[in-house]
Design a protein around this ligand. Structure first.
Ligand code: UGA
Length: 430
């Protein structure tokens, strides 16, 4: 099929590359010339394992094109994806201005009937608004909007695109829904067909539910610390019940990233706007806020930081295998360490450039050894493999005083303590 995609951010780019990979002809549009030039050269602006290779292959085989020209992206297309950002707006509401602009531009450029597929995470009613916008701009062609939310995880996006648990397609015009289903036939993933509004809500409900699981286990971790239980044992014992499941029960310093905080807030605010108070989600967000402070609270309890204390911040990305630092708990911790006058060295294998946009004057290193060298305290923020594979001896050898506050439970507390490390983690003794 001939496809146009509005937006080459994380969602649009991964969708475009994967659809080209299964044989469709895809033209991706972005307003940023710099980004389009980079993509044309076969380089992805985001770090995503496996993406560059697939990008280069599909450019070479002439199934994947990049442009800043709207006509090229929207003329003679059977399907047009909207994959632009829906950032947090006023009062936590999703800001739909990019979606509206895309709808207006599609109306002005299409040359035939099309199905518009909304991939962006959007509140209930947005697809209707997209359809109405196109009609209101006097398009002579028939347009049907179909909701097709994405469930890819950063760092696992290519794997998820080909092995996802489900594809959700929501629309009120059956032939349009079937057209989108046909597009995904090569993926061999179960398809959930539903109405537009339910599809829009499935995305928010899924992210909010996963966020709830995380805040729940983090509260259990806090109770474990008080009572002397071990959160990992509790999570394992709970998770083996198939109704609960083992995933997303990893306690830590809370969720971050571009999706869970934003989408949980958006669902709360969407509910409020509809006259319903989503009480549980307010608590999920509140618990997450408190959890971001956990490591510093522990450090303060042990008076670990004084003016000039050398502190290593290990991991800056909101999770491993991505360079994304949006809403990472590292931000709060660095701010607090700065306030207390610590001498900070920040380490991340790939996310230092992104963090420089937030803290341009911080000392950064891509070497874990350099980060901990001479440090009196280390804060583990991201469970990178490069950190998890270290032994207690690594820390005792390089640190001046091996005092570690681990926000991601990367190590066995018993091994760390017997190896001579003063070790504090989340929801476990030690
Ligand atoms: C999340 C969802 O998992 C995807 O299905 C969805 O498509 C995506 O949002 C989106 O809406 O675009 P992502 O933000 O990439 O994906 O990251 P996750 O792997 O879900 O992790 C989110 C945060 O939760 C991270 O900060 C992670 O450290 C934290 N987390 C995750 C925990 O603290 N404990 C866990 O058990 C799992």
């Amino acid at each position: 099929m001939n496809i146009g995609i509005a937006g080459t951010g994380y969602v649009g780019l991964v969708t475009g590359v994967c659809l080209a990979e299964v044989g469709h002809h895809v033209t991706c549009l972005d307003v940023s010339q710099e980004k389009i030039d980079m993509l044309k050269g076969g380089h992805s602006p985001i770090f995503e394992p496996g993406l560059d290779d697939m990008l280069q292959k599909n450019i070479r085989e002439e199934r994947l094109h990049f442009t800043t020209d709207r006509s090229e992206a929207y003329e003679n297309k059977e399907l047009i994806f909207i994959a632009v950002g829906t950032p947090e707006g006023e009062n936590g509401k999703a800001d739909l201005s990019y979606v509206k602009t895309a709808a207006r531009e599609i109306a002005a450029s299409i040359t035939n009937d099309v199905v518009i597929v909304t991939k962006s995470t959007v509140p209930v009613g947005t697809n209707e608004m997209v359809e109405d916008t196109v009609k209101a701009h006097g398009s002579a062609y028939q347009v049907h909007a179909v909701s097709n939310p994405e469930f890819l995880r950063e760092g696992n996006a290519i794997h998820d695109a080909f092995h996802g648990d489900r594809i959700v397609i929501g629309g009120n015009h059956q032939p349009a829904v079937e057209k989108v289903a046909e597009l995904y036939a090569p993926f061999d993933i179960p398809i959930v067909r539903t109405d537009t509004k339910s599809a829009e809500l499935i995305k928010y409900a899924s992210n909010a539910f996963l966020a709830t699981k995380i805040s729940f286990i983090n509260e259990i971790a806090n109770i474990c610390e008080i009572t002397g239980a071990n959160v990992e044992a509790v999570a394992q014992g709970m998770g083996l019940d198939k109704r609960i499941g083992t995933q997303f029960l990893k306690a830590g310093i809370g969720f971050g990233g571009s999706c869970f905080p934003k989408d949980t807030k958006a669902l709360t605010s969407m509910s409020a706007e509809a006259g319903y108070e989503f009480r549980m989600l307010n608590a999920v967000l509140e618990v997450n806020e408190l959890q971001h402070n956990k490591l510093m609270e522990k450090a303060n309890e042990y008076s670990a930081i004084e003016k000039g204390t050398k502190a290593a911040v290990l991991g800056l990305a909101f999770k491993p295998n991505t360079d994304d630092t949006r809403d990472t708990p590292a931000i709060r911790i660095i701010e607090e360490l700065q306030r207390q006058g610590a001498d900070i060295v920040a380490y991340d294998p790939i996310a230092t450039d992104k963090m420089k946009e937030v803290f341009p004057d911080l000392t950064y290193t891509n070497s874990l050894e350099e980060a901990v060298n001479g440090a009196e305290t280390a804060f583990i923020i991201t469970d990178w493999a490069q950190i998890k594979e270290q032994t207690p001896a690594f820390f005792t050898k390089h640190m001046k005083r091996p005092l570690i506050f681990d926000g991601r439970n990367c190590f066995d507390p018993g091994e760390m303590v017997s190896g001579g490390v003063h070790y504090h983690s989340i929801g476990r003794s030690g």
